[in-house]
Design a protein around this ligand. Structure first.
Ligand SMILES: NC(=O)c1ccc[n+]([C@@H]2O[C@H](COP(=O)([O-])OP(=O)(O)OC[C@H]3O[C@@H](n4cnc5c(N)ncnc54)[C@H](OP(=O)(O)O)[C@@H]3O)[C@@H](O)[C@H]2O)c1
Length: 268
């Protein structure tokens, strides 16, 4: 009789967009569970201290950070190469970097549309493609794991987020397609679709106050904690998820009734 293996200890994991919010929580959670994590964001001043915090903490994992803009192919290639050099290979990539602004569809300019789709979908495309160079092995091999960050907005309509929703929906389909194409390389590719999660990005974009966070024990009618997405990520990276690929896992609790933000975010 075997206990389930939820361990990510000893995995070497790239996490993009790790200077704050969900990405930071994923990096810290994986390191606390014993993983080696390579972090990036557009600013070393912002992501460096997160890695230092992990390395200074009493956790079994370790962290490495470098600057990388996922909109830039050369940056992405250099980041993955540096991470693989640092840890002598890679086992997983969490393609988390993303963001948006809110606007009615008719007000979204060519540049605005391009900015949001290139960051979210383009960044995921680049990171998946480069990750594949490190993770794909052969049909019998343990080819590693990719987790892409979509959104409930990729599953349901959300007014004022047409560009973001379109990009996140495409990430879901990209994930399914890659899971099929790369299964013979031993790679599992999955996706997470978070509901509304309390992060600095949400606070800035949507003006939601960070001070009022109900505890995780309260299942319903609340915003999510970044750690709740991090824990799901850890599961998807673990051997316990060995038969899970091409899937999108939604984590959104039960939204607060009467909150107009829920509707905007497709949570009702
Ligand atoms: N929070 C939510 O409610 C929610 C819901 C559904 C989906 N999501 C998705 O979850 C992911 C994380 O969201 P979050 O709320 O944690 O966001 P956040 O607080 O805005 O943090 C975004 C992270 O991405 C980094 N980043 C932004 N642009 C980048 C780029 N071009 N290259 C590299 N890194 C970049 C930022 O770092 P720098 O600024 O230092 O570059 C930061 O670390 C995103 O993909 C988002 O779409 C979030």
């Amino acid at each position: 009789m075997d206990a389930p293996d939820f361990s990510v200890a000893d995995q070497r994991v790239v996490v993009t967009g790790a200077s704050q919010g969900i990405g930071r929580s994923i990096a810290e959670t994986l390191a606390a569970a014993g993983a080696s994590v390579a972090l990036c964001s557009r600013s070393m001043d912002r992501v460096g201290p997160v890695a230092e915090g992990i390395n200074d903490a009493d956790v079994p994992g370790e962290a490495f950070a470098t600057e990388c803009d996922v909109r830039d192919r050369d940056d992405v290639e250099a980041f993955f190469e540096a991470a693989a050099d640092e840890f002598d290979g890679l086992d997983a990539a969490v393609n988390n970097a993303g963001g948006e602004f809110v606007a009615p569809f008719e007000d979204i300019s060519e540049g605005g549309w391009e900015a949001v789709t290139d960051l979210n979908l383009g960044g995921t495309y680049r990171c998946c493609q480069v990750a594949g160079e490190y993770l794909r092995t052969d049909a019998d091999g343990d080819g590693g794991t990719i987790v892409n960050m979509a959104s409930v907005n990729g599953q349901h309509a959300a007014p004022n987020e047409s560009h973001y929703g379109a990009a996140k929906a495409a990430i879901i389909r990209l994930t399914e397609t890659l899971a099929a194409e790369w299964s013979d390389g031993g790679v599992r590719v999955n996706c997470i679709a978070p509901g509304l999660i309390q992060t600095p990005g949400v606070a800035e974009t949507l003006g939601i106050d960070e001070s009022d966070m109900p505890p995780r024990e309260q299942v319903h009618r609340r915003i999510g904690h970044p750690e709740e997405i991090a824990d799901l990520t850890a599961f998807l990276l673990s051997p316990a998820a060995s038969f899970v690929t091409g899937e999108t896992y939604t984590a959104k609790g039960v939204p607060k009734p009467g909150n107009s933000m829920n509707h905007d975010l497709g949570l009702q």
